[in-house]
Design a protein around this ligand. Structure first.
Ligand SMILES: Cc1ncc(COP(=O)(O)O)c(C=O)c1O
Length: 446
C-alpha cells in the first residue's frame, strides 16, 4: 500500500469517505479526529503514534481486545482452505455448523438454532421477519406489529431502524414503516396497554435490549423482564432479546438476559461474537419456533444474506469464543465492572457535577448534572466536552445526549486492575479540568 502523509489522508477522507453516524459538518471542518493504525490489547494507536485506551471496545464490540495473533492465524488458515461458500439451498460448511452448535450450547433455555448474518442490524431485521413469518405459518397472518421501547437502539437496516426507539434515527428519512410501535422503556403496564390498544391478535413480537446501550446504558427495573415475559405469554406474543451489545460476556454473564431469569423466544447477537475481527451476527431461535418451522414451512425460507454462515467469519467466531472461555473473560467483566463502579463512586464523591452512576458488568455510565439534588442537566450538554478532554488525555469514550447528558463506557473484557486504574486516573484529571474551567467559571458554551 502506498504510504501517505496524514494531511493527504485527511483530504482524501473528506472528499471520498462518507462516514457512518458522523456529523458531516464536523468531518468537513476538522477531518478525521484520529486515523488509527494499530491496536494491541485495550489500546489503539493513531498515525501520529499517540496511544489511547479504547474505553468503548471501539463500538462496544472488541471484547477480547485488539491485535490477537491467534485469531489472525486461524483466519489465514481458513481463508487459504475455504474463505466462503454458499449456505443457501441446503449447502453448508464446517465452521458455520460448529459455531451454531457452540452458540446453542451457550444460549439459555431452549434457544438452540442459529440463523447467521453479518451484523446487528441484519440480525434484528431477521428476528422481526422470522417473527412475522412464524405467525403466517401458524395461521395468524394478522400478527405483524412489532413493539419496542423508547431509548432503544436496534440498528439502521429498515426494520431495525423502525424498531429503534431513539427518534432521531427514524427521522433520518421521511418514510416510517407501518406496524412499529413504542412503549415507555421502564413500564410493563405501558406494554400491556399498548397491546390492548393495538389488539393482541395483531402483535407479532416485542423486542428489547437487556440493558440499553446507545440509549444511555439504561438498566431496567429489577422485575421488568419477568413482567414483560408474563405479558408476552398471556397474549401469545414473541419476545425478542437484542443481545447485540450484551451478548458474549459483556455484562458478566454470557448473555444479558440471564441476569433477569427469563428466556426470550429469539435472541439477536453480533459484535462480541467475533469481537470485530470479522463481520458476524445472527439470531438464535427457540426449539419450539424451530420445530414449528420444520413442521409448517413449505418451499423456500425466503430470507438469507449472501454472507449468512460465512466460513471465515464463523471460524473467527469460534476462536473468539474459545478465548473468552479460556481466559475467563465473562468473570473478569463482572469483577472489573464492580471495580469500575467503585471508581465512579470515588469520582462522584469528589465532583458535584457527577450525577447518577451505573455499571452492569463492563457497561458503564456517568450522568453529568448541574445540580445533583434536583437532578438538573446543564443547559448545554457537558458530555461532548468531557469526551473531547478524555480523548486529549488518551481515553476514548462516547456520549449520550438524548434525554440525558451521559458519558458511556464499554472497555474490552480483558481490562486489568492496573489498566482500569489508568482509565480512572484520566477521568479524575478530566473532571478536575472541567471543574476548574467550566463548572467554576459557569461557561459551558464553547
Ligand atoms: C443493541 C444493538 N442492536 C443492534 C445494533 C446494530 O448493529 P450493527 O451496527 O452491527 O448493524 C447495535 C449497534 O450498536 C446495537 O447496539
Amino acid at each position: 500500500m502506498k504510504v501517505l502523509l496524514k494531511e493527504d489522508l485527511k483530504a482524501l477522507d473528506k472528499k471520498h469517505f462518507l462516514h457512518p453516524t458522523t456529523s458531516i459538518e464536523q468531518q468537513q471542518v476538522q477531518g478525521p479526529a484520529a486515523i488509527f493504525t494499530e491496536g494491541k490489547g485495550i489500546y489503539l494507536k493513531d498515525m501520529e503514534g499517540k496511544t489511547y485506551i479504547d474505553g468503548m471496545s471501539s463500538l462496544w464490540n472488541v471484547n477480547i481486545g485488539h491485535g490477537r495473533e491467534e485469531i489472525a492465524e486461524v483466519a489465514k488458515e481458513q481463508m487459504m482452505k475455504l474463505a466462503f461458500s454458499s449456505c443457501f439451498s441446503t449447502f453448508s460448511n464446517e465452521p458455520a455448523i460448529l459455531l451454531a452448535t457452540k452458540i446453542a450450547s451457550l444460549a439459555p433455555g431452549d434457544l438452540n438454532t442459529v440463523f447467521f448474518t453479518s451484523g446487528g442490524s441484519e440480525s434484528n431485521d431477521t428476528a422481526i421477519k422470522l417473527a412475522r413469518h412464524y405467525w403466517i405459518l401458524k395461521g395468524q397472518p394478522e400478527r405483524q406489529k412489532i413493539i419496542s421501547r423508547t431509548h432503544s437502539y436496534h440498528g439502521v437496516a429498515m426494520g431495525a431502524t423502525n424498531a429503534t426507539g431513539l427518534q432521531a434515527f427514524r427521522d433520518f428519512t421521511n418514510s416510517p414503516a407501518p406496524d412499529f410501535h413504542y412503549v415507555y422503556k421502564d413500564s410493563p403496564q405501558d406494554l400491556r396497554e399498548a397491546i390492548e390498544a393495538l389488539g393482541p391478535e395483531k402483535v407479532a413480537a416485542f423486542i428489547s435490549e437487556p440493558v440499553q446501550g446507545a440509549g444511555g446504558v439504561n438498566i431496567p427495573p429489577e422485575d421488568y423482564f419477568k413482567e414483560v415475559r408474563a405479558i408476552c405469554d398471556e397474549y401469545g406474543i414473541l419476545f425478542i432479546a437484542d443481545e447485540v451489545i450484551t451478548g458474549f460476556g459483556r455484562t458478566g454473564k454470557f448473555f444479558g438476559m440471564e441476569h433477569f431469569g427469563v428466556n426470550p423466544d429469539m435472541m439477536s447477537f453480533a459484535k462480541g461474537v467475533s469481537s470485530g475481527y470479522a463481520q458476524l451476527g445472527g439470531v438464535i431461535i427457540s426449539e419450539k419456533i424451530h420445530q414449528d418451522f420444520c413442521k409448517l414451512s413449505k418451499g423456500t425460507l425466503m430470507h438469507g444474506y449472501t454472507y449468512s454462515g460465512h466460513a471465515l467469519a464463523c471460524r473467527v467466531g469460534l476462536k473468539n469464543i474459545e478465548i473468552i472461555e479460556r481466559e475467563g473473560l465473562v468473570e473478569n467483566a463482572q469483577k472489573m465492572g464492580h471495580a469500575m463502579l467503585d471508581g465512579f463512586s470515588r469520582l462522584q464523591q469528589k465532583y458535584s457535577f457527577i450525577g447518577h452512576i451505573r455499571t452492569f458488568g463492563l457497561l458503564g455510565a456517568i450522568e453529568l448534572v448541574e445540580s445533583r439534588e434536583a437532578g438538573e442537566m446543564f443547559e448545554t450538554p457537558l458530555s461532548p466536552i468531557f469526551v473531547q478532554e478524555t480523548m486529549k488525555r488518551g481515553l476514548i469514550l462516547r456520549t449520550v445526549t438524548y434525554d440525558q447528558d451521559t458519558v458511556v463506557f464499554s472497555p474490552p473484557l480483558i481490562i486489568t486492575s492496573t489498566e482500569l486504574e489508568e482509565m480512572l486516573r484520566i477521568l479524575d484529571e478530566t473532571c478536575a479540568y472541567l471543574q476548574e474551567n467550566y463548572i467554576e467559571k459557569k461557561e459551558i458554551n464553547l
